[in-house]
Design a protein around this ligand. Structure first.
Ligand SMILES: [Zn+2]
Length: 258
């Protein structure tokens, strides 16, 4: 298990519906504390347009997609016993927000000293993931919480280093570049690879299946990600400092299943 002590509360930040549970759903289900999953781009865009992705997922408009995904997220969070919070920012594809003040506010409201916070590492190119990470770390810098970055799925599973020590130590050049803004400013003190037990996988799998509208298109490029031996059975997190520090090398520590 991760964390300095038994956390009093767990707050997982998810750029979009499904990111947090797909990436660390096993950890979230296993942590013995109340869990809140905050979806940053959880709002409804103006009606009348649909992104290519939303069309691919079977929706006639972005608004219809957002409403359906909010319901899916409530079901998924219900599977792991988490409390969902949806911020009002639409998916960034409908226009990037000028700030994420609502995220700062929710962090200040929910994150207590005994909280464990999970933040997307943004190993992908997606601007919404980078924006969420950077705004969250800025808001968390003055708080004394236990903060961890998580490798974002289904993107992380496509690295040839996935599941091995190379992923933990950022041997992947692409990841290193994408995570540089966070690593340079805060450093990564510790890495943890978690392989889910069959029981924890079964819970995570059930939660991920709740995001039904996105699973078929995701499978076209993420392959066998719903299989027991697939990439979602591994979760990877890095502990970061709560305040800016000089960059430190990642300690190569590998922890097998709980
Ligand atoms: Zn995402």
């Amino acid at each position: 298990m991760i964390g300095r002590n038994a956390p009093g509360r767990v707050v997982a930040l998810s750029p979009h519906f499904d990111d947090a549970l797909m990436s660390v759903g096993g950890l979230l289900a296993a942590l013995d504390a109340p869990v809140t999953v905050v979806t940053v781009h959880g709002g409804v865009p103006p009606d009348g347009t649909a992104s290519e992705w939303d069309r691919l997922c079977g929706f006639a408009s972005g608004a219809e997609a957002a409403r359906a995904r909010a319901l899916e997220d409530r079901r998924a969070c219900g599977v792991i016993g988490a409390d969902p919070v949806h911020l009002a920012y639409p998916d960034g594809i409908y226009g990037a927000p000028s700030s994420l003040d609502a995220l700062t506010e929710v962090i200040e409201r929910l994150v207590t000293e005994d909280a464990l916070v999970l933040v997307p590492a943004a190993v992908c190119r997606h601007a919404d993931h980078h924006r969420t990470r950077d705004a969250a770390l800025a808001a968390l810098a003055g708080l004394d919480a236990d903060v961890w970055l998580y490798a974002d799925q289904p993107y992380a599973g496509r690295s040839r280093h996935w599941g091995g020590p190379g992923a933990e130590s950022l041997a992947d050049d692409v990841w290193r570049d994408r995570m540089a803004p966070a690593v340079t400013r805060f450093g990564l003190a510790e890495a943890r690879t978690v392989r889910l037990t069959a029981r924890d996988w079964a819970v995570k799998h059930r939660a991920v299946l709740a995001y039904a509208s996105q699973l078929v298109p995701l499978a076209t490029y993420a392959g066998h990600f719903l299989a027991f031996e697939g990439p979602l059975n591994t979760e990877l997190v890095w502990r970061v400092g709560a305040r800016p520090v000089a960059a430190r090398p990642v300690r190569e520590e590998r922890t097998e299943a709980r």
